[in-house]
Design a protein around this ligand. Sequence first.
Ligand code: HPA
Length: 271
Amino acid sequence: MDYYKIIEVRDFIEKNISIKPETGIILGSGLGPLADEIEPEIIFNYDEIPHFPSSTVIGHKGRLVFGQLEGRYVMAMQGRFHYYEGYDMKEVTFPVRVMQLLGIKNLIVTNAAGGLGEHLSVGDLMLITDHINFFGDNPLMGKNDDRLGERFPDMTYAYNPELREKARKVGEKLGISMPEGIYMGVAGPTYETPAEIKMAEALGADAVGMSTVPEVIVANHGGINVLGISCITNDAAGKAGKKLDHSEVMEVTEKISENFSNLVKEIVKEF
Ligand code: HPA
């Protein structure tokens, strides 16, 4: 039973930490350096944590960091489990369940994404206002566990309006412009075709990426407030008249990393 596995991991973690974290952070591709700015109390490699999905696919990057960021006690996932790696939706979202039972109130979810919206440029940090689940799957499929949340969770405020307002103010204060937009989550691992990007545009998406949606669904089910930030790493397929390249995606996240870290640190202070 999943529930008892989550309890077991919570108890395992609680034995090792002195303060309960209130804020969770999931760091997307290339955005991991922020975790190095946390003054750690304890760092777990994913393969040290019972019941965490086996990290053979994810390699050695997967770490869960507990400690102080700007004087706030946080827990941060450095690296996440992606659906395209072959993990199922329950595995992808297992860490969010652990956050839920640890009592996390607010979750900052971040990712790298291709930009579609006219108002977006490469290098922007987009504040996610809403999402479109295009995975063709949902982590809440199957029997509902009422101890974790309700059968039909509302998704009207999936990206918490108050947290968004706080993030907007922090952006203004730091002079980091944060355009807003709708994130479409797709399974990957192929980048989209130009035709799929036209479809995504027609459906109202501003950015597209291969993560985030599953974790945000589970966070909402579990009563955790979500703030979502997309790092726009490239113009979506067919927009720039050239091929997409993962190394370019990584280069952009590297360049934007400092702004991103400053923004998230300041946001965490406001929570
Ligand atoms: N599409 C999907 N996922 C992505 C992209 C993209 O263009 N860029 C970064 N992650």
